[in-house]
Design a binder for this molecule. Structure first.
Ligand code: NDP
Length: 331
């Protein structure tokens, strides 16, 4: 049998290229569950893997795709049977293991999560790694004491994948949501998702030179990092919490100081969606089903095919993809 995949290869001269190929099943990696993949998505990390950037891919040829949803075809693990619908996020799948940009994937049973009954495989991927990460961030902020009466919650990189789901989720939970975006044309989109305030990226992207600024935010989900994270920390209300999710603007935070932690009791919480235990994933997916406004999900989705991915990869690395890019791998 064969399957179709986006194969990323590296030439002898180090040039990385990606193309859709028909591959023999014998090329699938070791694993106890084989899944007929229906949908995957494009995440920031996928953009890096398709272009061979960031040192994420260790061996070539490689099939990227950090998440997927589909139906079990064969299983050597008693927890899964043919016909079961499953979703996979994390565990370095799509980075060091062949991932979701293929009509067939073989993985370890431990990495899979049963698809919550209420979700289609397409909805699961409209949510995907970005949505799971947003949910984990919200749960972490709640654990740190955040609740709607405490004040406005800031979301950075708001028109991106993580940001879009975070805005919709927080709004449904009753929070006043301020959305930071560098795209003025995305303001209506963000308001439709539930943002109450739009903040221009330029307002927060430059260093301020002051150790603290006026208190503005009770909580924040930051997908951007870089200087913006330092500005957000300086603007947190007393006892506020920031969930650090991403680094779209860079990993280094040049003007970082401990002052917001010492003088305002601010918390900075790191969110990692990759190495989540089975129970943590099931909890988060159940919360997503309960709390995410599914009617808002479709507004975030653009659907694409495997052959669109090389061009899409460049767009996501340039911060130009809006919402969630869902890939129908069978198209
Ligand atoms: P997207 O590209 O979809 O979104 C990132 C958004 O950040 C962009 O849409 C843009 O939003 C903003 N942005 C991009 N470049 C800059 C810049 N130079 N300065 C300021 N803002 C910028 O990516 P994702 O939402 O998929 O991922 C966001 C980040 O989260 C990535 O770094 C990713 O690796 C990380 N991530 C982490 C996870 C975890 O487990 N911790 C899981 C998933 C993702 P706008 O146009 O609105 O300004």
């Amino acid at each position: 049998m064969t399957f179709t995949a986006l194969l990323v290869e590296k030439d002898d001269d180090g040039t990385v290229s990606a193309a859709v190929r028909e591959l023999d099943d014998s090329r699938l990696p070791e694993g106890d569950v084989t899944v007929a993949v229906e949908y995957s998505t494009l995440n920031y990390k996928d953009g890096l893997c398709i272009n061979g950037k960031g040192g994420l891919v260790r061996t070539y040829p490689h099939v990227p795709g950090v998440d997927f949803a589909g139906t079990v075809e064969a299983s050597q693990d008693p927890r899964y049977r043919p016909g079961d619908r499953v979703v996979l996020t994390g565990w370095r799948v799509g980075e060091i293991w062949w991932g979701g940009y293929a009509t067939r994937a073989r993985v370890k049973a431990d990495w899979l999560t049963p698809l919550p009954g209420a979700l289609s495989t397409r909805q699961a991927m409209a949510i995907g790694t970005a949505g799971l990460t947003s949910m984990l961030a919200v749960m972490a902020l709640e654990k740190a004491g955040l609740s709607p009466p405490k004040g406005e919650v800031l979301v950075t990189g708001a028109a991106g994948g993580v940001g879009s789901v975070a805005v919709a989720l927080l709004a449904r939970l009753g929070y006043a949501v301020a959305a930071v975006t560098g795209r003025p044309e995305a303001a209506d989109y963000l308001r439709d998702l539930g943002a109450t305030t739009i903040v221009a990226r330029s307002e927060l992207s430059e260093a301020s030179g002051r150790p603290l600024e006026s208190e503005r935010w009770a909580g924040a989900i930051d997908a951007v990092g870089g200087e913006m994270l330092a500005r957000v920390l300086k603007q947190m209300k007393y006892d506020g919490a920031v969930a650090a999710v991403g680094l779209a603007a860079g990993a280094a935070v040049p003007s970082f100081t401990v002052i917001p932690f010492l003088l305002r009791g601010v918390s900075l919480i790191g969110i990692d969606s990759v190495m989540r235990s089975y129970d943590q994933r099931v909890d988060a997916w159940n919360r997503i089903v309960a709390d995410l406004p599914m009617e808002k999900l479709e507004a975030m989705v653009e659907e694409h095919r495997l052959s669109d991915l090389p061009e899409l990869a460049n767009r996501i690395l340039a911060g130009q993809v809006k919402g969630r890019a869902v890939i129908d791998v069978r198209a």
